[in-house]
Ligand binder design. Structure first.
Ligand SMILES: Cc1cc2nc3c(=O)[nH]c(=O)nc-3n(C[C@H](O)[C@H](O)[C@H](O)COP(=O)(O)OP(=O)(O)OC[C@H]3O[C@@H](n4cnc5c(N)ncnc54)[C@H](O)[C@@H]3O)c2cc1C
Length: 227
């Protein structure tokens, strides 16, 4: 498990395939199979990626368990192609059933970023320390008062699926499983490791990248070299 932000993480739940799977799914065209990865196979991986022959990358899959603020989950959910939620298998904790304790992403006083000068999205460097302290303090108070209203609604017998309207949702942690082909995972990394992606999802992408590097070292190196 790789820790991300104050309470989040990425964990590789399952994977199917290896560098060799990519090689063999390409070599099947010639009725050939490698038992272990040779230098020639590594060359084939580079060739496939360089020439955009991506279908072999779709014979490998990864399933991650992710615990992240809802704002990150929402951005992640947009990766539709090659992700299993095209077949409705994005599984996420549900606050309709009060399935787990509420946790919220609370940036530390030194973690608040300013608005960028020349762009509508992204962020600039850290805000000054005094402002950072008061922002963290304000957020904590905001969460406390929201939680009080939420609990009051529950005590009054309101259905959990509606009482949750009182929760400050953007920063609330949710947990989900994401299953995707290696190609879809690489596409996610292409976009979300970039400097223009939101910092929080960049940190999650770095955790995913560590697993991809560990499980598919040759493919990932070839992919990176090609970027
Ligand atoms: C920095 C940044 C800012 C963003 N800001 C916003 C925003 O303000 N609002 C917003 O709604 N989204 C925003 N997004 C999300 C973005 O629009 C994409 O939905 C998201 O990045 C997923 O990428 P994708 O569409 O390539 O992925 P997928 O939908 O998984 O598609 C993967 C690839 O498949 C191909 N493909 C997909 N569908 C088709 C099709 N119908 N026909 C042919 N080829 C297809 C494309 O090559 C595509 O790149 C942002 C993304 C980033 C990285």
């Amino acid at each position: 498990m790789i820790q991300v932000l104050d309470r989040g993480y990425v964990r590789l739940e399952n994977k199917m395939g290896s560098d060799l799977t990519i090689v063999n799914s390409a070599r099947v065209s010639y009725d050939k199979k490698s038992e272990e990865l040779t230098e020639k196979d590594k060359g084939l991986i580079r060739f496939l990626i360089r020439e955009g022959h991506t279908s072999p990358l779709r014979h490998a899959m990864m399933t991650f368990e992710i615990y992240a603020p809802l704002m990150v989950a929402r951005q992640w959910w947009k990766y539709v192609v090659g992700s299993d939620h095209t077949m409705d298998s994005w599984n996420e904790s549900s606050r309709r059933y009060l399935s787990e304790d509420e946790h919220f992403y609370i940036p530390g006083s030194h973690e608040w970023r300013g608005k960028p000068a020349n762009s509508k999205q992204g962020s600039a460097g850290p805000v000054d320390t005094i402002l950072g302290i008061s922002l963290t303090d304000n957020l904590l108070r905001h969460i406390d008062s929201s939680m009080e209203l939420y609990r009051m609604a529950l005590e009054d017998g309101v259905a959990p699926e509606q009482a949750r309207l009182f929760l400050p949702a953007y920063g609330m942690y949710v947990r989900w499983y994401w299953t995707a082909s290696l190609q879809a995972v690489l596409h996610f990394l292409d976009q979300r490791l970039e400097h223009d992606a939101q910092k929080e999802i960049q940190l999650y992408a770095e955790a995913v990248e560590q697993y991809v590097t560990r499980e598919f070292p040759e493919v990932y190196q070839a992919w990176r070299d090609q970027r």
